[in-house]
Design a protein around this ligand. Structure first.
Ligand code: URA
Length: 245
C-alpha cells in the first residue's frame, strides 16, 4: 500500500470519529536497522478492512451491502430501513439525521412534515431563482438509515456504524455540493463540535466536495424560528446557484 493510500484510509476512519488506530509490531528506527521503506505495508489488522470506495461502487451495490442490517441497535425498532431517494446522478445531495415515523413506515427519507417543508424549500426556492429543479433531481438521505427510538438523536457509535454507507453513497454519486441539514449531518461530515448557527451559510469541505450546513427542516417547523427560516432560504439559494448556474 502506498503512503497516499494509507493516508486516505486513515482519513476515512478519522471522518468516522475513530481517533486512533493500533499498529501491531510498530517499531521505531533503532540504530543499525534498515531505513523504513517508502511504501508502507499496513499492519495485518488494517490490511483486511474492505476498500473505502470499492471499485465501480454504485447505489445498488451499497444497498446490497447494507442488506437486512443488524450492525447496530437501531435495527431493533425499525419497520423499514430508509436508504435514500432521488437521482444517482444528482449534482446536489441533502443529508438529514435519521428517519422519523413516516419515513420508517414508507421506507423513504423526508416524507413527513419536515420532508414536505424540505420539498417546498427545494422546489419553491429553485422556481423563484429561475432554476428548473424538482425533488427527484436531487438525492436525499440520512446519516443513520434506521429510525432512532422516540426520534432521539443518533448516538456516536450508531453514526459511526452507518457512516460508512453514507460516505459510500456520497462517493458513488459525487455531487457538486452537499447540503447538511442540522447538526447531526454537520457532525457526521465535518467532524466538528460547532453548532449549526456557527457553521451555516459558509462552505466547508468534505473530501473535495463543498458542504453547506443549514438548519434542519424540523427546526424550521417550530413557530418561533422565523428568522432561521429566512437564513435557511438564503443558504439554499447559495447552494442552488453554486450547483446549477
Ligand atoms: N428527519 C430526518 O432527518 N430525516 C428524515 O428522513 C426525516 C426527518
Amino acid at each position: 500500500m502506498t503512503q497516499d493510500e494509507v493516508r486516505r484510509h486513515l482519513e476515512f476512519y478519522r471522518d468516522l470519529g475513530i481517533k486512533s488506530v493500533y499498529r501491531r509490531g510498530a517499531r521505531s528506527s533503532a540504530p543499525g536497522l534498515a531505513p523504513e521503506p517508502k511504501t508502507l505495508s499496513l499492519p495485518p489488522e488494517l490490511s483486511v478492512v474492505p476498500p473505502l470506495e470499492p471499485a465501480h461502487d454504485n447505489l445498488l451495490k451499497i444497498v446490497q451491502d447494507i442488506g437486512d442490517c443488524k450492525r447496530c441497535r437501531l435495527h431493533e425498532g425499525r419497520n423499514r430501513l430508509v436508504f435514500g431517494s432521488g437521482s444517482e446522478h444528482a449534482k446536489l445531495v441533502f443529508v438529514g439525521e435519521g428517519p422519523g415515523a413516516d419515513e420508517d413506515e414508507q421506507g423513504l427519507p423526508f416524507v413527513g412534515r419536515a420532508g414536505q417543508l424540505l420539498t417546498q424549500m427545494i422546489e419553491g426556492t429553485a422556481r423563484k431563482e429561475g432554476i428548473s429543479l424538482s425533488r427527484e433531481d436531487v438525492y436525499i438521505c440520512n446519516v443513520v438509515k434506521c429510525r432512532p427510538p422516540e426520534n432521539r438523536t443518533p448516538q456516536p457509535d450508531e453514526m459511526e456504524t452507518c457512516g460508512q454507507f453514507l460516505y459510500r453513497q456520497l462517493l458513488a454519486i459525487r455531487p457538486k455540493a452537499i447540503c447538511a441539514l442540522g447538526s447531526t449531518a454537520a457532525k457526521a461530515l465535518l467532524a466538528t463540535k460547532d453548532g449549526v448557527m456557527r457553521l451555516r451559510g459558509k462552505w466547508h469541505p468534505w473530501r473535495d466536495i463543498p458542504v453547506m450546513v443549514t438548519y434542519h427542516p424540523s427546526y424550521l417547523l417550530r413557530p418561533y424560528n422565523q428568522n432561521a427560516k429566512k437564513e435557511a432560504w438564503e443558504d439554499l439559494k447559495k447552494v442552488l446557484h453554486f450547483v446549477y448556474d
